[in-house]
Ligand binder design. Structure first.
Ligand code: 13P
Length: 251
């Protein structure tokens, strides 16, 4: 049985004061014992979050890391090993906003995925199609290619203990959620893609759904057989709403 994971991506939101308030709200939530929970603050707020969540069940992740493994001359970047040193446990790789707005390629993301793993972080590979791609019937091909980039370069074992987040671009921040059936179909296809290489890896890899997840829609999505939790944007900025989404992932 895969352990559900609910992740809150805070994106480029927050001040020291609002982060403190949000974390205060999180520490008041009743989280189920059988669900993993992680929040992804901005880089600036990582150490604040790690310190404030020390001893809580909520882990902390980063929204990005450098593609270069070692510390060194790379102005403005942060190495995966520096994130580990700061108490960070997860890292998002290839969020659609970074793929589209910052032109991150599959080749670059594969390098980030590898250095993150090697440093001991849990990489969360984000994949998903745009509306135009869905309307053109390319959903499965697009998602498959994004997952294949990692498998082809690093082998399927790169997903041992790893996480994939399916986030249809058209559902991110739009209030449009994929139906549980639409999401399940893509999740099942991803798991099948992994299974072709390794049944064992496919069985244990956690595949999260992201895209306008709210407390009201979470239980139905998480009830699908191949949806192992969620990657939540906007709704994760409200501690009570996020807490409710996390509880919906429990058994
Ligand atoms: P929303 O939940 O705001 O749609 O964002 C989803 C997302 O991009 C999480 O990474």
């Amino acid at each position: 049985m895969r352990r559900p994971l609910v992740a809150g991506n805070w994106k480029m939101h927050g001040t020291r004061a609002s982060v403190a308030e949000l974390i205060e709200g999180l520490t008041r939530q009743a989280f189920a014992d059988d669900v993993d929970v992680v929040v992804f603050p901005t880089l600036l707020h990582l150490t604040q979050a790690v310190a404030a969540l020390d001893g809580s069940v909520v882990a902390v992740g980063a929204q990005n890391c450098a593609a270069q493994a070692e510390q060194g001359a790379l102005t403005g970047e942060v190495a995966a090993q520096q994130l580990v040193d700061a108490g960070v446990r997860y890292v998002l790789i290839g969020h659609s906003e970074r793929r589209s707005l910052l032109a991150e390629s599959d080749a670059l993301l594969v390098r980030k995925f590898a250095v993150a793993r090697d440093a001991g972080l849990v990489p969360v590979l984000c994949v998903g199609e745009t509306l135009a791609e869905r309307e053109a019937g390319q959903t499965f091909a697009v998602v498959k290619a994004q997952v294949a980039a990692v498998i082809d370069a690093l082998g399927v074992d790169a997903f041992v203990g790893g996480v994939i987040a399916y986030e249809p671009v058209w559902a991110i921040g739009t209030g449009l959620t994929a139906t549980p059936e639409q999401a399940q179909a893509v999740h099942a296809a991803i798991r099948e893609q992994l299974a072709v290489c390794s049944a064992q890896v496919a069985q244990q890899a956690r595949i999260l759904y992201g895209g306008s997840v709210k407390a009201a829609s979470a239980a139905e999505l998480f009830g699908m057989p191949d949806i192992d939790g969620g990657l939540v944007g906007g709704a994760s900025l409200n501690a009570d709403e996020f807490g409710a989404i996390c509880r919906a992932a429990g058994n």
